[in-house]
Ligand binder design. Structure first.
Ligand code: PRX
Length: 636
């Protein structure tokens, strides 16, 4: 048996012994009393009775050994700034932030919603929450008021931490008006708002509620705020993600299990070593940012490089398709993490840029979030000359489900496959309708995980255990298994291939969006009677959203001018409510949508037509003419 196969087997056959060993990778105030409690399946409690703290493990633990080494390197090609904080400096900054939050009444279990651009203060805020035992809830800075409002409503934060603005490609996006509007829309009102002023956009402050971070932080310059010791099973954070319904789910994570899972993954999967630099190009608004910008690298004693800006603009704010490689050279990055879409953007740049810098420090480039197509993988692999490692996971899992664990044993990667199940994950492929296990090679089914789920995996849906069980664990008939809602196959060597979602989630440039959420935003428009949104294959972004709308009056159907105008209005409505990411690439007008006789929208058939594929079995369709209309509406 190969070394990895043996490692994996131990994790499955003797999970308690396996994870008790991994638990030694972090600091505990008091050791765990019970490694695994799976008595209330599908809920799992890891390391119960052990007390620890994420911030202690990410920051304080390293002070004695590497206090003066870099911990956080913040680079913004939007503002042309570059700043490095040592572990000692980070420790001081986090305590100042923690003291400021305490002054605003934040303590253990309180929620703090963080709506921030990629600036160091965002990481200080997250770590400060962890230090205090407060639950952070980071909302992606590109989200608009509607999305933000529904998250404020659900998380009921005591405090919101935000900034005047974000910036993308030189375009300033003022956050404060979006936040004010979101708070206005929400029935829950935060007591206080802590604002970082970057000097990018004017801010109107609400007396008694809004506070400038600079003033509070200065007041607490010398603050010493001890870590609050938490039970391993206490909540560290929630992060919202899209699913089948329009209502986003708060994925809830624990403290001890998460810390152990990240520490183990840094060792076995990412092979990142203390004192080195880790560079993830993600955003703190996504799970990758939580696990592999903030917590994972710092827990491993690495410096983490936090990047604000496009991959194609330099620090002088001039076009520079080599900026990331320049940073790899400058900071001697050993582990890099990005998304296939970013690589496809870089593919349009001069390939000589990949050879211009000394990239000898780089050990591997990890890509995740969406399918990695072979041409993209080959291009970047040849250009960089380092292993390209695809890894498949979800907001729910917190760390890779499928990849290769080169830290355990050098393992061959196969193009097109993220790899094999990681230790702790019992990954199976089941028949969608019968629930029967498909163990043959290349049989397509739903990718599921059998419990008990490993440390780091979501505990539940925030405030909604029932939704957790019903959504994730009851979708396959007759079996209590966790559904990933992805289609997959496994080849004869045990490598998995992911073949897209089984539900209405689409993946635009590595970002997960629910088509139902977009449909809800569109159907709110006064001129819209009905709408269907589907994801359609796109060469650059993987998928884009396409909306088919039945207008209330026929004007948009016969008149190009009217159609163009309404398309513009609908796009704006989605961007205003959900954010630019969710804006459909096109809106087309039809007089009816293809449905089954029982009234179910045939989204898969619409998608097939958009992608010029065979729409499959249409015996249940109510009105075949509706699909014809979709086809015709696509021609220019
Ligand atoms: O459909 C899968 C796709 O992205 C989904 C999870 O997205 P999110 O919750 O945003 O988490 C991203 C964490 C990296 C999955 O259900 N997906 C993610 N990684 C891959 C992928 N599809 C194919 N290959 C991957 N490597």
């Amino acid at each position: 048996m190969s070394r990895y196969a043996e490692f994996y087997r131990q994790s499955i056959d003797a999970p308690e012994a396996f994870w008790a060993e991994q638990a030694k990778l972090i600091d505990w105030k008091t050791p765990p009393q019970q490694i695994l409690d799976a008595s209330n399946a599908p809920f799992v409690r890891w390391f119960a009775g052990g007390t620890t703290n994420l911030c202690h493990n990410a920051v304080d633990r390293h002070l004695a050994t590497r206090g003066d080494q870099p911990a956080l390197i913040a680079v913004s090609t939007e503002t042309g700034t570059e700043k490095s904080y040592s572990f000692k400096e980070l420790h001081a900054e986090v305590q100042r932030f923690a003291a400021s939050l305490m002054e605003l009444g934040v303590g253990k279990g309180d929620r703090v919603l963080i709506y921030m651009p990629m600036i160091p203060e965002a990481a200080f805020a997250m770590l400060a929450c962890a230090r205090l035992g407060a639950i952070h809830c980071v909302v992606f800075g590109g989200f608009a008021s509607g999305s933000l409002a529904s998250r404020i409503e659900d998380a009921t934060p005591k405090v919101v931490v935000s900034a005047d603005a974000g910036s993308r490609g030189g375009k300033v996006l003022a956050y404060k008006p979006l936040l004010d509007e979101a708070i206005r829309q929400s029935s829950h009102k935060p007591e206080s708002v802590l604002l970082v002023d970057r000097g990018l956009a004017p801010m109107a402050l609400t007396e008694g509620r809004d506070h400038l971070a600079a003033a509070l932080v200065e007041k607490h310059r010398d603050a010493q705020v001890p870590c609050t010791w938490l039970d391993a099973t206490d909540i560290s954070y929630t992060i919202y993600t899209s699913g089948t319904t329009g209502r986003p789910k708060g994925v809830q994570r624990d403290t001890g299990g998460y810390a152990v899972a990240l520490a183990a993954s840094m060792k076995h999967i990412f092979d990142g070593r203390p004192g080195e630099t880790y560079f993830s190009t993600s955003d703190i608004g996504w799970v990758v940012g939580h696990s592999y910008i903030v917590y994972g690298p710092l827990i491993a004693g690495m410096a983490t490089l936090m990047y604000e800006g496009l991959p194609t603009q330099g620090l002088d704010r001039q076009p520079d398709g080599g900026i990331w490689w320049r940073l790899v050279e400058k900071y001697k990055v050993t582990v890099m993490f990005s998304a296939p879409t970013a690589v496809r953007v870089l593919k349009k740049q001069d390939p000589a840029l990949l050879k211009k810098y000394d990239l000898s420090s780089l050990r591997a480039l990890f890509l995740a979030g969406e399918p990695l197509d072979e041409p993209t993988a080959r291009w970047i692999s040849e250009g960089l000359g380092v292993p390209i490692i695809d890894n498949y996971w979800q907001t729910e899992s917190g760390w890779p489900i499928l990849t290769v664990a080169n830290g355990v044993e050098q393992t061959r990667s196969k193009f097109g496959s993220p790899g094999v199940p990681m230790y702790g994950y019992k990954v199976k492929i089941l028949h969608e309708a019968t629930g029967e296990e498909l163990s043959g090679a290349n049989e397509k089914g739903v990718v599921v995980i059998e419990g008990p789920t490993p440390p780091g995996f979501m505990q539940t849906v925030w405030k909604d255990d029932e939704r957790f069980v019903n959504t994730y664990w009851k979708s396959v008939p007759g079996k209590l298994v966790y559904s990933t809602f992805d289609w997959g196959i496994r080849d004869e060597d045990g490598y998995f291939y992911i073949l897209g979602r089984t539900d209405d989630v689409i993946n635009v440039a590595g970002h997960r969006l629910g088509t139902r959420e977009i449909e809800e935003a569109i159907s709110g428009h006064a001129k819209v009677a009905e709408v269907a949104v589907v994801g359609v294959a796109d060469a650059l972004k993987g998928q884009v959203a396409m909306a088919f709308v039945v207008p209330k009056d026929g004007a948009a159907l016969g008149d190009d001018q009217a159609a163009l105008f309404l398309e513009g209005e609908i796009m704006k409505q989605v961007a205003d409510q959900l954010g630019a990411l969710a804006r459909p690439a096109r809106v087309r007008f039809v007089s009816a949508l293809p449905k089954t006789r029982s009234g179910k929208l045939l989204r898969r058939a619409i998608q097939a037509v958009c992608e010029q594929r065979d729409p499959g079995d249409l015996t249940t369709i109510e009105d075949p003419g509706a699909l014809q209309q979709i086809r015709r509406s696509l021609s220019p």
